[in-house]
Design a protein around this ligand. Structure first.
Ligand code: NAP
Length: 254
C-alpha cells in the first residue's frame, strides 16, 4: 500500500530546535508518523517532549548550543542519539536565527552568529549524521531553507547568504550521497507565523504587504510543514534527491 511508505515506525529522527516554532511542528509530525524523536537544542523542549510522549513515542533531549558547538561536539551529539535511541535514520536541520539590520550596519558579530547556526552547524551535523547513515546504507537529511534561499530579502543579508548556503549544502551532499542510500533534500517554508517572523507581523505595513503577496491568503503555521517533512523522511521519497520543496502558500509563483 502506498500509504505504508509514508510510515516511520521504528525510525529515529533528530530534530534541531524542536522546542518551538517550525521545529516543534516537524518533530510532532514525524512522531505522529511513527518515529521516535531526539530533540537537539539549547532550551529544554518540555512542551514538545510531552506532546511526543502523549503520541506514544520515545523522546530524548540532547542539550547543545549550535552557535558554539564545533564538529567534535556535534559528532558526539549524534553518538548520544544512537546510544539513547538505538539508531539514527532522519536528521532535520531546522534551528536557525535571523538578525535584522540594514546591510551597511550589520556587525561582524551578527554575521558570524548567523553563519555559525544557519550554515556551519548544518554542515557539521549533516557530516556527522551522514557518516553514520552511509555506514548503515540508509538515511534522510532534511534541511530547512527559506524563500531567502531564492530571493534577497530586506535588511537580513546574513540570513539570506546563509539560506542560499543551505541549498548549496543540500545539493553538494546529495550529489555525493544519493548513491549511498542517503537522501538529502530541503524544505523552503514561506512566511510562517512563528517567533522568527514576529517583527514582520508586528509591523502593519510589512505584514500587510507580505499577506497581500501570498496566494493562499494566510501566513503558514508549523503544522503546514508536517506533510512535507514526513514525505521527505519516508520511503515515499526514496528517489527524491537534492530537491528544494517550497511550502509557501504559492509565494514563489508571484
Ligand atoms: P523560531 O520560532 O525563532 O525557532 C528557532 C529555533 O531555533 C528555536 O528552537 C531555537 O531554540 C533554535 N535555535 C536558535 N539558535 C540556536 C542555537 N544557538 N542552538 C540551538 N538551537 C537554536 O523560528 P522558526 O520560524 O521556527 O524557524 C525554524 C527554521 O525555519 C529556521 O531555520 C528558520 O530560518 C526557518 N524558516 C522560518 C520561516 C518563518 O517564516 N518562520 C521561513 C523560512 C524559514 P531556542 O528556543 O533555544 O532559541
Amino acid at each position: 500500500m502506498i500509504l505504508d511508505n509514508f510510515r516511520l515506525d521504528g525510525r529515529v529522527a533528530l530534530v534541531t530546535g524542536g522546542n518551538r516554532g517550525l521545529g516543534a511542528g516537524c518533530a510532532l509530525a514525524l512522531a505522529e508518523a511513527g518515529a521516535d524523536i531526539a530533540l537537539l537544542g539549547r532550551t529544554d523542549p518540555a512542551e514538545t517532549t510531552q506532546a511526543i510522549v502523549e503520541l506514544g513515542r520515545r523522546v530524548s533531549y540532547v542539550p547543545c548550543d549550535l552557535g558554539k558547538a564545533g564538529p567534535a561536539e556535534l559528532a558526539a551529539a549524534v553518538g548520544t542519539v544512537r546510544d539513547e535511541l538505538g539508531r539514527l535514520d532522519i536528521l532535520v536541520n531546522n534551528a536557525g536565527i535571523i538578525r535584522r539590520a540594514p546591510a551597511a550596519e550589520v556587525t561582524a558579530a551578527d554575521w558570524d552568529d548567523v553563519r555559525a547556526v544557519n550554515v556551519d552547524a548544518v554542515f557539521h551535523l549533516s557530516q556527522a549524521a551522514g557518516r553514520l547513515m552511509i555506514d548503515q546504507g540508509s538515511g534522510k537529511i532534511i534541511n530547512i531553507a527559506s524563500m531567502l534561499s531564492f530571493q534577497g530579502g530586506i535588511r537580513v543579508p546574513a540570513y539570506t547568504a546563509g539560506k542560499h548556503a543551505v541549498i548549496g549544502i543540500t545539493r553538494a551532499l546529495a550529489n555525493e550521497w544519493a548513491g549511498l542510500g542517503v537522501n538529502v533534500n530541503a524544505i523552503a517554508p514561506g512566511y510562517m507565523a512563528t517567533d522568527n517572523t514576529a517583527a514582520l507581523r508586528d509591523d502593519p505595513a510589512r505584514a500587510g504587504a507580505i499577506l497581500d503577496r501570498i496566494p493562499a491568503g494566510r501566513w503558514g503555521t508549523p503544522g503546514d510543514l508536517g506533510g512535507a517533512v514526513v514525505f521527505l523522511a519516508s520511503d515515499a521519497s526514496r528517489y527524491v534527491h537534492a530537491a528544494v520543496l517550497p511550502v509557501d502558500g504559492g509565494w514563489l509563483a508571484r
